[in-house]
Design a protein around this ligand. Structure first.
Ligand SMILES: [Zn+2]
Length: 357
């Protein structure tokens, strides 16, 4: 089986919902620029009971093809194992039938495998390394300036020219024709695709964990992405204008982003357990790492999602947020991608179990 096209990802999602009473189909409210409607799955044994949720999304960056397969296969594995009363085996990592049951009984597992179908179609049929969506609104008629980087369009430190130090290597642009394809869009949530993700989090108000699946670099990243973490000075935080122009440098505590120590510890443990389970499959070493250590970012899903509880001042809505960067290539040959699917899925099952522990 080669990579799935857009229609096949969608039919994978809808056929799982049709086949399993433990899977509910969720239609996302916002169609894409090209008019596609997106779908997610909620996997759960007691769909009406209030339970904590884990939200897993993928396919935001068009060229990172395997993210959709990782999530469709993850959903299928959980559903088949639960229905059959079996465990799950991924190479050297395995889970018991009791563990599978625990995940479905104690969590709402919400899986949204293809956030950016327009981009995926374009990447798979026209320009393989396309990253953005296909919204031409800001392009001025220039085909190279079509589209927005959806993982820069979330509402977090969006005004990067104000927020960051002028020499911080923050990986974002306000130029639609930016050759690195990191154009942020005209304003936060200007694009329907991140608005769909936000809607999902609003709908599942008991979401406690979030994972955005990307490639590549063999890492499991946790917040923050804008600067180094620190847990000693709450005044140094993304909302404080006193620190505008100071963010994004590796300068120790001159500016470093505040995170409660318990959250930093819990995030590191979840990332470490993910990597351990993944390594058990066939020995691949993924690194648990703070997102900033890869490069400084703004407008990304993980920082936005974790920041939601700070902005709302509602502690009960806290969501620990992560970004997987699988593999060493955006589009590995399919035999290799199949193995990556298995190892990342093993990591995600362990992530769910660690979250519940
Ligand atoms: Zn990506």
């Amino acid at each position: 089986m080669p990579y799935l096209n857009v229609t096949e990802v969608e039919s994978g999602v809808t056929s799982l919902a049709a086949a399993f009473p433990t899977a509910d189909l969720i239609e996302l409210p916002e169609p894409t620029f090209e008019g596609r409607t997106c779908h997610a799955l909620r996997i759960s044994t007691h769909p009406t009971e209030p339970k904590p949720a884990v939200v897993l999304i993928g396919g935001a960056h068009a060229r990172e093809w395997g993210s959709c397969e990782i999530l469709v296969n993850f959903a299928a594995d959980l559903l088949h194992a639960h229905a059959g009363g079996t465990g799950l085996a991924y190479g050297g990592t395995s889970f018991t039938s009791a563990q599978v049951r625990t995940v479905l009984e104690e969590l709402d597992v919400v899986v949204f495998p293809l956030v950016n179908p327009d981009g995926r179609r374009y990447s798979q049929t026209v320009e393989a390394l396309w990253r953005r969506n296909r919204n031409p609104a800001q392009s001025g008629g220039n085909p190279a300036a079509v589209g927005v980087d959806l993982n820069r369009n979330y509402d977090h430190l969006f005004d990067y020219r104000t927020a960051f130090h002028p020499s911080a290597p923050v990986r974002v642009s306000d130029d639609p024709a930016n050759p690195d394809q990191v154009y942020q869009g005209p304003e936060p949530f200007s694009e329907p695709e991140p608005r769909n993700v936000r809607w999902l989090l609003d709908r599942f108000a008991r979401t406690r964990w979030f994972v955005d699946v990307h490639s590549y670099s063999q890492k499991m990243l946790y917040v923050w992405g804008d600067d180094q973490n620190q847990s000693v000075d709450p005044a140094k935080n993304f909302r404080n204008p006193l620190f505008d122009g100071k963010r994004g440098l590796k300068d120790g505590l001159v500016y470093a982003e505040f995170i409660e120590e318990g959250d930093a510890d819990d995030s590191a443990v979840l990332a470490e357990r993910f990597c351990e389970a993944l390594k058990g499959v066939r020995g691949k070493e993924y690194t648990p790492e703070q997102a900033f250590d890869l490069y400084p970012t703004c407008g990304t899903s993980d920082d936005y999602v974790y920041a939601r509880h700070i902005l709302s001042d509602r502690e009960e809505e806290k969501i620990l947020a992560f970004t997987v960067e699988w593999g060493t290539d955006f589009q590995p040959l399919w035999p290799e991608m199949k193995k990556i699917v298995l190892e990342v899925d093993a990591g995600l099952v362990q992530f769910c179990l660690t979250a519940l522990a």
